[in-house]
Ligand binder design. Structure first.
Ligand SMILES: Nc1nc2c(c(=O)[nH]1)N[C@H]1C(S)=C(S)[C@@H](COP(=O)(O)OP(=O)(O)OC[C@H]3O[C@@H](n4cnc5c(=O)[nH]c(N)nc54)[C@H](O)[C@@H]3O)O[C@H]1N2
Ligand SMILES: Nc1nc2c(c(=O)[nH]1)N[C@H]1C(S)=C(S)[C@@H](COP(=O)(O)OP(=O)(O)OC[C@H]3O[C@@H](n4cnc5c(=O)[nH]c(N)nc54)[C@H](O)[C@@H]3O)O[C@H]1N2
Ligand code: SF4
Ligand SMILES: [Mo]
Length: 736
């Protein structure tokens, strides 16, 4: 056979790299084929023991991100109304000088920090960024946690003594998976690291198991489940209390092995007595028989598990719902048991990572200055940042550092926050895009692309359905004029918090990067391989990753962090808040409420500049139930005005019985219409920001978490009203 020289040359140029997709929590193994500096293809890594070749369409975006001409390669500094490129030395100097000035003149609390979701997927931001957020010793640290899992953290803090003690559903061994407000077929699993959800749910059902989904939308996951139950947004706590009520009545409560370590069962039972299934049915929209039946099925199954995520968190009663999901697992002896809600044994203990980063578990040790919202793990809710900037007085926020965050689009009432950002004296963003948030910066410090950095999942192996460890080297090296996140953070740390005399020594250590830290942590961790302690070296010998076995039951009580080493089933803070729900049973419900929605090709606000992620029909649409559309004379595709206390957006509707009557659904992360951004693709697929109508005052008040779901909204047709055929519908449309 004759092989052409060109083919030989091509084979030499083409290289295959084993890497990790860092775009979501599944952290799938990928094989990236490159030709010189170009990505040729990205495929699933069949040798990765966790993902076994699975990838979702987003893996492709890893390449598009890398090559995106809009991605910033050099720092930008404010220059009049616009920006100019600057050297790293100049940009870092300006960044540090501005903060130093504000801190000198106004004190430490005048500098706020916000860090976003991608931090969890970025090794260097964890090792080098998290400590800085604490070393700055400002009370005004906020993060995406308070738009996400803060309620689960608070439930874990109060029940198990540590914000990080969030259990993982043992997906591959459970026989009844009760999903409350999560859509893992689209999100690919959250606080549940399990690539290829579709296969796993199929396998669960194939082994005779059952999946039940409680959700105000008939989601992709609901479609793949055995049963879907519509629930009115924000009322899960009532459903869960009624389930516990039914279990108590039927004598199905059992604490099992953990019984000697659980306190508060009588209190919980007494509380649940007030919430019978028939009493909560009207308010929740869930028939009493359904609640009772699901409770019995759950209580009788030997291997059931309840799992709640974003829909159970980002709502008015997020902490109560998160608490009661954990409580349901406890009262059916499903916590810390095979097939139930389990605790992982990661190669690096995440609670050690938090401790080393100075992030101590705790709650309400201080409160926000303006609204008095409680701190959680040393952070204040992002919902309070705008007023902390706007309200004069001691401790007023005058400067902001953002790390990998886009709060202009991700925080409740984004426009108010954006307006406040525009008034700050100094804003520095560590981010590779000139977007809705960073356009307010004085200095933008852009890190390398995800394909240019090494990866070890310090934060997310903790939520893995099997214990696992993987280290991936970078696919491309960083250029001489590019910087890693951790290099940027090392310089900011040196300039802002390290005493002058120690700077040299600090930088010498910090600029060795995150890997020596991971190596040390692995060696100190609980796992070994054939008699050798785990280390980076061992992981490098296993480039596709190591499977460290299934999760083990019986981690409790040894791993409890509560002072009395008991599980607190009924923390008084939660019980008092739940008692107040009795009154809510009688209050009228808003006629129309908003919920969110995710799409397989989206990733919060920041993948819309990748062409493959936005192709196809426009996805920023409002789902409206046929009854609600009819009542307002709305036609498929009509443009409507969606408004709330905080603002209004104009959006096309999709009429669909996927959503409950009285519920409309709009995805978040869109709204790329703001001036002076550099997002050419996203701008052409702009959509509207759901957070233009969400409300910074509408919170889960215990955790301060944003309540994106259940926001009271109104709909108004902008087109000519449709011919209507019912008297109610014409009445409604002539009203508006
Ligand atoms: N209405 C509504 N709002 C929501 C939600 C919702 O469901 N509904 N969901 C909430 C949730 S769960 C979350 S987690 C938040 C997310 O909120 P954020 O984290 O604030 O927003 P993202 O859209 O994830 O933006 C991430 C930013 O980080 C940058 N970035 C990406 N990778 C890196 C990196 O490696 N290094 C650096 N330095 N920068 C990087 C991107 O360019 C982008 O600017 O949004 C919340 N907002
Ligand atoms: N493709 C894609 N994947 C992602 C992301 C993305 O933007 N796109 N974002 C990532 C992030 S940051 C996160 S935090 C995770 C989130 O992961 P998930 O929680 O699995 O994803 P969501 O789609 O937010 O699912 C929340 C569900 O709750 C429902 N819901 C809304 N209100 C209520 C309520 O009151 N009660 C109940 N029971 N349900 C309710 C919604 O209809 C929705 O189906 O996804 C991650 N993965
Ligand atoms: S599910 Fe998709 S986005 Fe998430 S890690 Fe895997 S390939 Fe990446
Ligand atoms: Mo999130």
């Amino acid at each position: 056979m004759v092989v052409s020289e060109a083919a030989l040359a091509e084979a030499e140029m083409t290289r295959r790299h084993v890497a990790t997709c860092t775009l979501c929590e599944a952290a799938c193994g990928i094989v990236v084929e490159t030709d010189g500096e170009r990505v040729v293809s990205i495929r699933g890594d069949h040798d990765d023991p966790a993902s076994r070749g699975y990838v979702c369409p987003k893996a492709h975006a890893m390449g598009e991100l890398h090559h995106d001409p809009d991605r910033l390669r050099r720092p930008l500094v404010r220059d009049g109304a616009g920006f100019r490129e600057a050297s790293w030395d100049e940009a870092l100097r300006l960044a540090i000088e501005g903060f130093a000035r504000v801190r000198r003149e106004h004190g430490r609390d005048a500098m706020a920090v916000y860090y976003g979701n991608p931090v969890a997927h970025n090794l260097g931001l964890i090792t080098h960024g998290m400590p800085l957020t604490r070393l700055l010793r400002t009370r005004n640290v906020c993060s995406a946690s308070s738009t996400d899992q803060a309620p689960q953290m608070l439930a874990a803090e109060k029940m198990l003594g540590h914000v990080g003690m969030i259990p993982v559903p043992d997906l591959d061994r459970t026989e009844l998976l009760l999903i409350v407000g999560a859509n893992p077929l689209v999100s690919n699993g959250s606080l549940l690291n399990a690539p290829d959800m579709k296969r796993r749910l199929r396998e669960l059902r194939a082994r005779g198991g059952k999946v039940i989904v409680i959700d105000p939308r008939h989601t992709e996951t609901a479609q793949a489940a055995d049963e879907h139950v519509f629930v009115r947004p924000g009322t899960d706590a009532l459903v869960l209390l009624a389930m516990i009520h039914a279990l108590v009545e039927a004598g199905l409560v059992r604490l099992g092995r953990l019984a000697p370590h659980v306190e508060g069962l009588e209190t919980l039972e007494a509380l649940a007595r007030a919430f019978s299934p028939s009493r909560v049915a009207a308010r929740t929209g869930v028939p009493a028989e359904t609640i009772t039946r699901i409770a019995y099925e759950f209580g009788r199954s030997r291997r059931s598990v309840a799992y709640g995520r974003l829909g159970a968190c980002t709502q008015e009663h997020g902490t109560l719902a998160s608490w009661l999901i954990m409580a349901l697992n406890v009262v059916c002896a499903r916590l810390d048991e095979v097939g139930g809600a389990m605790f992982t044994t990661p190669a690096v203990d995440p609670l050690d990572v938090l401790r080393l980063a100075g992030m101590s578990s705790g709650y309400d040790r201080w409160r926000s200055r303006v609204r008095g919202l409680p701190e959680l793990m040393g952070e204040l809710p992002i919902a309070t940042l705008a007023e902390e900037i706007e309200t004069p007085g001691r401790g007023q926020v005058r400067a902001l550092l953002t790390l990998a965050g886009n709060p202009a689009l991700s925080a409740p009432n984004g426009p108010r926050l954006e307006h406040a950002l525009g008034t700050l004296e100094h804003v520095v963003c560590v981010d590779a895009f000139l977007n809705e948030t960073t356009r307010h910066a004085h200095v933008i410090l852009p890190p390398v692309s995800p394909l240019q950095r090494a990866h070890y999942d310090l934060a997310l192996h903790v939520f893995s359905v099997r214990n696992a460890a993987k280290h991936a080297p970078p696919v491309f090296s960083r250029g001489p004029d590019e910087r890693h996140d951790w290099e940027i953070l090392a310089h900011l740390t040196a300039g802002l918090v390290v005493p002058k005399g120690l700077r040299h020594a600090y930088l010498a250590a910090a600029l060795r990067g995150p890997e020596p830290i991971v190596d040390l942590a692995l060696r100190a961790g609980p796992h070994g391989l054939r008699g050798r302690r785990l280390s980076l070296r061992v992981l490098r010998d296993h480039p596709h990753g190591l499977d460290l076995g299934p999760l083990e039951a019986g981690r409790l009580p040894a791993r409890l962090y509560t002072r009395d080493r008991r599980i607190h089933l009924a923390p008084s803070l939660f019980v008092r808040e739940a008692e107040a729900l009795v009154a809510s049973l009688e209050t009228p419900v808003p006629a129309l409420v908003l919920i969110g929605r995710r799409h397989l090709r989206s990733n919060n606000s920041w993948l819309h500049n990748a062409p493959a992620m936005v192709k196809g029909p426009a996805r920023c649409t409002l789902l409206v139930h046929p009854d609600d559309a009819k009542a307002r004379g709305l036609r498929e595709g009509a443009l409507v005005e969606l408004s709330s206390r905080t603002g209004r957006v104009t959006v096309p509707i999709e009429i669909s019985s996927e959503v409950m009557p009285g519920v409309v659904s709009l995805p978040h992360g869109w709204g790329h219409t703001r001036e002076a951004t550099r997002l050419s693709v996203a701008r052409a697929h702009a959509g509207v920001s759901a957070n233009d109508v969400t409300d910074e005052r509408f919170l889960d008040r215990l955790s301060g978490n944003a309540a994106f779901n259940g926001v009271s909204v109104e709909l108004r047709s902008l087109g000519a009203p449709l011919d209507v055929d019912t008297p109610e519908a014409s009445a409604a449309s002539s009203d508006s």
